[in-house]
Design a protein around this ligand. Structure first.
Ligand code: FHN
Length: 481
């Protein structure tokens, strides 16, 4: 009997111990912190401070090179021995209604033996260009890098067999040039994108949409963007081709999030979404549409904007190389555009269209050399400047900029002045000097409220103005009135 009682006691003791252990386990469960939710950052709700920090280098750099280069440089505007209509050489596949299989024959000829990435990077540097945006893939779908997502690229499909983006990103980094990539949402080669629209690949007029476009977006475009960002470390993704009916605003918002999640510091233009209003380039409605900066194309905003913007422009009439496009803008027009864009607070992305041999056309090189010479003397009126509060210009031939955060003003005169210049909106500090950039001697000046600021230009300086002067910059310490 006694033995039985002892057994019972033992059993109940064990039961009690188990109960206590179970209670503790439950309690400790309660204390166990919830699995930390993986916070997905909403990059569309970025604070102004974080945005300004991210945009800072781009706003300071002001001036970049656009490069439109690819298979289209092989036909170079001519198909079946006929000049193809339409300005843009890079649109030849659409404009000449070339079947995919036929166009691929041009890709099989793409072998730019004279391509020298270091030479290109030095050309940018000497031109005073601080960043570059090159077409990784234009609308024709051909990639200038060794893609693992597709074989339709310069390494696997073309005889050249070398990774162009790899060489250029390396050369640019060596020269301190920020590296950016253009990527076309349109793809006339891909069967789930716009290849099915042949012969009119760009059929946005008919508002037809390819039902498989989402598959192209998820299974082709995004993996290509991922490998581009991971392998070439671009500072900018410059989207294009967003106007097609296949691509939606929701996809644009999501695409912005996706690219920022791959590299949070990256800058993305407004063609990532559907907000752009045509060639004027700014978003129809700010905040609703994604994109860090507006993209006026072949034009400059009428006036200043509170938003960031970059005017992209060709030097002749075509983005991609065309044998017979000799309609080159003068160096004077190009420099005056840079001055006008800067005074209005924008960036200037100036295009070159290299040949199928891998050479930047000589007329482009000549202009870039002249621009670089002008910037060597006048660059402090362009880089790291900001627009004035009230006036960005006086008449047609004078523009103003100011050093960021300083009361140092630049009056840039784009036409040979007379013996004196009158400026209406600046008052120099007492006893301050006024200098013409590139000239040692400071200039005589006087100020009165009625007439404004009068600067005297000695004859021996006036006589130095020649056809390669383009514009003079007067540096003034003072205040805007
Ligand atoms: O269709 C393209 C064109 O080929 C070129 O790339 C320009 C450059 O911004 N963007 C599109 C036209 O708006």
């Amino acid at each position: 009997m006694a033995g039985k009682i002892i057994n019972l006691k033992l059993i109940s003791l064990c039961f009690l111990i188990l109960l206590v252990l179970f209670m503790n386990a439950c309690k400790s469960d309660k204390k166990k912190p919830e699995k930390a939710k993986i916070e997905t950052v909403n990059y569309l709700k970025e604070s102004e401070e974080s945005f300004d920090q991210r945009m800072k280098w781009w706003r300071d750099d002001r001036f970049g090179m656009f490069i439109h280069w690819g298979v289209y440089a092989v036909p170079a505007g001519i198909y079946n021995n006929k000049e193809v209509k339409g300005h843009n050489g890079e649109w030849i596949m659409n404009n000449a209604q070339i079947p995919v299989i036929e166009y691929e024959k041009f890709a099989k000829q793409f072998d730019p033996a004279k391509f020298d990435a270091n030479e290109w990077a030095k050309t940018m540097k000497d031109a005073g260009m601080k960043y570059v945006v090159i077409t990784s893939k234009h609308h024709d779908g051909f990639g200038l890098w060794d893609s693992k997502v597709s074989d339709y690229d310069v390494v696997d499909f073309a005889p050249f067999g070398k990774d162009i983006l790899k060489a250029l990103s390396k050369a640019c980094k060596k020269q301190g040039i920020k590296f950016g990539l253009y990527y076309s949402i349109i793809d006339w080669h891909h069967p789930e994108a716009q290849a099915i629209n042949y012969p009119n690949y760009n059929n946005w007029e008919d508002l037809k949409a390819n039902p498989k476009f989402s598959s192209y977006l998820e299974n082709y475009m995004k993996p290509q963007l991922k490998e581009l960002i991971e392998n070439y470390d671009p500072e900018i993704i410059w989207f294009d081709g967003e106007w097609i009916p296949d691509f939606t605003h929701e996809q644009g918002l999501e695409l912005y999030q996706y690219v920022r999640s791959l590299k949070p510091s990256i800058l993305i233009n407004n063609r990532v979404d559907k907000g752009r209003s045509g060639m004027q380039g700014m978003n129809k409605e700010d905040k609703k549409y994604a994109g860090d900066f507006g993209t006026p194309e072949q034009e400059i905003l009428e006036t200043t904007s509170t938003l960031d913007w970059e005017s992209c422009m060709t030097m002749n009439d075509t983005w991609g190389f065309k044998t017979n496009d000799h309609h080159w803008k003068s160096t004077e027009v190009l420099i005056h555009n840079l001055i006008d864009v800067t005074a209005k607070g924008g960036n200037y992305l100036l295009n070159v269209g290299p040949t199928a041999e891998g050479l930047i056309p000589k007329p482009s090189i000549d202009r870039l050399k002249q621009i670089g010479k002008w910037l060597k003397i006048n660059g402090e009126a362009i880089y790291a400047t900001e627009k004035l509060q009230n006036n960005y210009k006086q008449g047609d031939h004078i523009r103003f900029t100011k050093e960021k955060g300083k009361s140092v003003y630049f009056s840039i005169v784009m036409k040979k002045p007379g013996k004196t210049i009158i400026l209406k909106n600046l008052r120099p500090d007492e006893n301050s000097t006024i200098q013409l950039l590139g000239m040692e001697k400071s200039l005589k000046w006087e100020f009165n409220a009625e007439e404004g600021l009068k600067i005297v230009i000695p004859k021996e300086i006036l006589n130095t103005w020649n056809k390669n002067t383009y514009a003079w910059t007067f540096k003034i310490n003072g205040n805007e009135i």
